[in-house]
Design a protein around this ligand. Structure first.
Ligand code: FAD
Length: 477
């Protein structure tokens, strides 16, 4: 039995990882040169508590279980994750009433530990909060995560169990014969398949059409962000009280000790699925929104701005279903927010409910498989004694390449050993190039290490996508 998973975002990689525990040949196909570069790369990185979603929706049923699964998943996959807790802040009596409704909804969805806090409690927990605050809905189970690290670790785990990871190939067709999926065709190869999981994010509607299966139309909803090089404003995730179904502009501490503000929400037409540009008006909106929560917030420490695209569809719910037209084709589409949170539960749902119950694949666990991987040792997290020990074993761990984030040659060599052959792959695995200099001082040094370790000529080293070569000609070693 052969399965092909299309799309290496957080959803596809977690599904592929879970399938790799079973007796089935699995191929994961991703059009980019690494996993986690789609919607999974640019978002708020919040593991939501689960009070937002309307009880009875597919989303509501998967968000709280997904949130809870993160505790074990972090132990297994060794990615940065912390339950910092979140506050929804209310600034009027009407908003306080909305908090009470959210609380009730959260109770129905099974969210544990929520409390409505009065003004004094909020001020004592968040000293820089807007003093006009009246109350907050506090949810201790909310967390923050580095989303692409989940996808990377899940894919490493998948490969360790014998899964075939195909990067840099775009699926262009899905062949169906006598009502069953047969092959997945990319711009470079063909892959036989008895089962196809469509987890192609923004492009899942196009993949479903290729197979002639049911589909939901997907359009991008842009969200712009400003990343600040400081964590002085809050230790908690801060939301405004939601209105018209939007979560509004947030202030979020990150696990790299930065602060993220945003996102706004701008609907784009379906043909703009690659438009991740930021706009002057969008960034102003983000800043004004953040100031409502933390009036002292300043833009004197901006690290960068960026935008992400939510895969939105008219039914506003996830579309996770086996096809009734094409046997073996499974849609895992329209995974809008809070898809990061729900992703581990989505993977279990696809395996247990769709593949085992509905398609009756009767998959058996392998006799031997691993469910955990270790991430690359981070020198910046070690004590000076631990670091010295590491350098004694391998002196490359003593050669600092990214000065801003203290990332060493040893860590970069290890990233290349794990398959990173573009600058962004190294960045997402090691945290190099993310500091205040934004790669100005280390990009070329990293390119040379990739070139040396992977045996790729320097002029062929890419920033990320094909055509993004960073050196035009050979440079001195
Ligand atoms: C602004 C914003 C904020 C968000 N904030 C949060 C949050 O705080 N918490 C939360 O829980 N969720 C949040 N989300 C939602 C979350 O990011 C998504 O639900 C999740 O990342 C979706 O993952 P995915 O794997 O379905 O999609 P993706 O990560 O997009 O993965 C799909 C993959 O398929 C690949 N692909 C597409 N077409 C093809 C093809 N033809 N061939 C091969 N590969 C293909 C893509 O390159 C991509 O890598 C947010 C989203 C946005 C945009």
């Amino acid at each position: 039995m052969k399965a092909v998973v299309i799309g290496g975002g957080i959803v596809g990689t977690l599904i592929a990882r879970l399938l790799s525990f079973y007796e089935i040949d699995v191929t994961l196909i991703e059009k980019e040169n690494d996993v986690g570069w789609g919607v999974t790369k640019a978002n708020s990185g919040i593991i939501h508590a689960g009070y937002d979603d309307e009880p009875g929706t597919v989303r509501a049923s998967l968000v709280v279980p997904g949130n809870e699964m993160y505790t074990q998943l972090q132990k297994d996959l060794d990615f940065p994750f912390m339950r910092v807790g979140s506050h929804v802040l209310a600034f009027s009596d009407k908003e306080v009433e909305t908090l009470k409704e959210l609380y009730k909804r959260g109770e129905k969805n099974g969210v544990k530990g929520m409390r409505i806090l009065d003004r004094e409690e909020v001020l004592s927990m968040i000293p820089k909060v807007n003093p006009q605050v009246k109350a907050s809905l506090y949810a201790p189970s909310a967390g923050i995560v580095v989303p692409w690290r989940v996808a990377l670790s899940a894919s490493d785990n998948f490969v360790k169990n014998g899964g075939k990871l195909v990067l840099g190939e775009r699926v262009v067709d899905v062949e169906v014969e006598k009502g069953r999926v047969r092959k997945v065709i990319t711009d470079k190869n063909e892959y036989e398949a008895d089962v196809v999981i469509n987890s192609a994010g923004l492009f899942a509607d196009e993949i479903a059409k290729m197979a002639g299966a049911e589909s939901v139309p997907i359009h991008p909803r842009k969200g712009e962000y400003i990343l600040l090089d400081t964590q002085e404003y809050t230790n908690y995730v801060l939301f405004p009280t939601p209105s018209h179904g939007s979560k509004g502009m947030l202030v979020v501490p990150t696990l790299s000790e930065n602060t993220l503000i945003g996102p706004n929400a701008v609907d784009l037409p379906p043909d703009k699925k690659d438009d991740v540009s930021t706009t002057d008006s969008g960034l102003r909106e983000v800043y004004e929104g953040a100031k409502r929560l933390i009036p002292s917030i300043k833009l004197n420490k901006v690290l960068r701005t960026f935008a992400g695209l939510r895969p939105e569809s008219p039914q506003r719910d996830f579309f996770i279903k086996e096809s009734e037209k094409v046997w073996g084709f499974v849609n895992v589409a329209a995974i809008r927010s809070p898809g990061l949170t729900a992703a581990p539960a989505i993977a279990e749902y696809v395996l247990e409910e769709l593949l085992q119950q509905k398609l009756k694949l009767n998959l058996q666990k392998k006799k031997e498989y691993v469910k955990s991987v270790r991430s690359i040792q981070k020198v910046s997290r070690l004590s000076i004694e631990e670091w010295a020990d590491l350098v004694r074993k391998d002196e490359k761990y003593g050669n600092i390449i990214c000065v801003c984030n203290r990332v060493t040659e040893g860590e970069i060599v290890e990233a290349v050993r794990r398959g990173a052959i573009t600058l962004d792959s190294v960045k997402f695995r090691t945290g190099a190039m993310c500091g205040p200099c934004q790669a100005a001082r280390c990009a070329m040094k990293i390119a040379k290490i990739i070139s040396r370790e992977a045996g790729i000529p320097i002029e062929e080293i890419l920033l990320n996508a094909d055509g993004s070569n960073i050196a035009l000609r050979k440079v001195r070693p």
